[in-house]
Write a protein that binds this ligand. Structure first.
Ligand SMILES: Nc1ncnc2c1ncn2[C@@H]1O[C@H](COP(=O)(O)OP(=O)(O)OP(=O)(O)O)[C@@H](O)[C@H]1O
Ligand code: SF4
Ligand SMILES: [Mg+2]
Length: 402
């Protein structure tokens, strides 16, 4: 178990004139053994922040620390951070068997050539163990990725990430590209594996319901910055930043099963700001239903950056009025009766239910015959902890963005 800390991290793409700062001075901690869910609309910088931790997006400023050590100076060959990507079709080499792909990601043991045979056997055993861990039949090790469904490929991608024995896993929209029928099963798997191995995890998603299902802490990102962060249930039941509230208002109504009505964040009617030229003052002010757009007396939102003293506010909210009763008596622009109070989303107990897959797709592995169609993607291994989801429980989220 390890703690991952983003310390004043900035990432800028492109030249000084034409470029944009995709991540701007982000401070975020993924505590040891916990899941931090990173949410925000498309283009807010979630993937860039995630990729900065594994060196795929070069830092312009700041540091990423793992247990106090800069990850760029991590000693040894083993990479302590592993990333799982959105697209299971492009993250695996189509010419390599899945066993070889997983094996390739294992740290090389320090044994001599004369132990090569023993080493190969140990690798095969480890591949089998990892495939079992992600609920795939070890006999599949010799298959090519092309013979697997999307959900199964994503399981292999997870096994490959775990093969490196990481301290922290970074998962970027890992269910977004999957068929809706298998998203829930993959999320359940991630939840199980994380608990089993005690991993720390940064889980990136544009879907608040998914993040809520998995995360201990939620961080909300807008235009390159974290605008609110805190324990998931606290943030969802008592959001301090109007943007978080906007995200919540776009979540399904109280009467809709948790994932069924989930939709991508739509934001307010106002256009998203140009990331090349972020607004002065509060970056959210051109869209904010509680800022100067609706309340001319709140001119401070245009002139002073609330990120500067966010640390002292509840949930580190980057809003001048966080912690005040500024929601009282206010009508959110565009909010209709069908939209729920934030507390409605938060009050649905995540621990009670597990996501219920709805179709047998992606469950074509040997042993699957033991499962009924409605239990598709559930593990066939005896003893696996898979309580039946409560009747009427949540169905998987709505899937990929357009
Ligand atoms: N390689 C790149 N070169 C230039 N700009 C980039 C690059 N990658 C991302 N950007 C820009 O950086 C900003 C943040 O992008 P990023 O992909 O991190 O957002 P995101 O929150 O992950 O979005 P999504 O939900 O669509 O995945 C966007 O304005 C994007 O266009
Ligand atoms: S600082 Fe002003 S514009 Fe920004 S989120 Fe708060 S109320 Fe809205
Ligand atoms: Mg992204």
């Amino acid at each position: 178990m390890s703690e991952l800390v983003f310390e004043d991290v900035s990432v800028r793409y492109g030249s000084r004139r034409g470029g944009l700062t995709a991540v701007d001075g982000v401070n975020l901690t993924v505590p040891s053994g916990q899941v931090v869910g990173l949410v925000g609309e498309s283009g807010s910088g979630k993937s860039t922040l995630a990729r900065s931790a594994v060196g795929l997006a070069p830092l312009t400023a700041g540091r990423v620390l793992l247990d106090g050590t800069d990850v760029r100076r991590w000693p040894g060959r083993r990479r302590p951070l592993q990333m799982v990507f959105q697209d299971p079709y492009s993250s695996l080499d189509p010419r390599m068997t899945i066993g070889a792909s997983i094996s390739e990601a294992m740290p090389m043991p320090r044994t001599g050539v004369r132990f090569a045979g023993r080493r190969a056997a140990a690798r095969r055993a480890e591949v089998a163990r990892l495939l079992e861990l992600v609920n795939l039949d070890p006999d599949r090790a010799d298959m090519l990725p092309g013979h697997l469904s999307g959900g199964q490929r994503q399981r292999v991608a997870l096994a490959r990430a775990l093969a490196g024995r990481p301290r922290v896993v970074i998962a970027d929209e890992i269910t977004s590209a999957l068929d809706v029928s298998v998203q829930g099963a993959v999320l359940n798997l991630v939840r199980d594996v994380r608990r089993q191995l005690g991993l720390s995890m940064l889980f990136v998603s544009h879907n608040l319901a998914v993040v809520r299902y998995l995360s201990d802490i939620v961080a909300v990102m807008y235009l390159g910055r974290i605008v609110e962060a805190g324990p998931t249930e606290q943030v969802l039941s008592d959001p301090q930043h109007p943007y978080t509230r906007e995200l919540l208002s776009a979540a399904p109504s109280w009467h809709t099963p948790l994932f069924e009505g989930s939709r991508d964040f739509e934001g307010s009617d106002a256009e998203p700001s140009d990331p090349h030229r972020p607004p002065a003052g509060c970056r959210y002010h051109p869209r904010c239903a509680l800022g100067p757009r609706a309340r001319p007396d709140r001119d401070v939102c245009r002139t002073a950056d609330p990120a500067r003293d966010a640390e002292r506010r509840p949930h580190r909210a980057a809003c001048h009025f966080a912690g005040e009763d500024y929601f009282a008596g206010e009508d959110l622009a565009g909010e209709d009766d069908d939209r729920q109070e934030p507390s409605a989303l938060a009050s649905r107990a995540p621990e009670a239910g597990r996501l219920s897959p709805t179709s047998p797709e992606d469950h074509k592995r040997p042993g699957a015959g033991r499962s009924s169609p409605s239990s598709a993607e559930q593990p066939a291994r005896p003893g696996a902890d898979r309580p039946t989801p409560p009747t009427g429980g949540p169905t998987p989220p709505k899937g990929a963005r357009t």
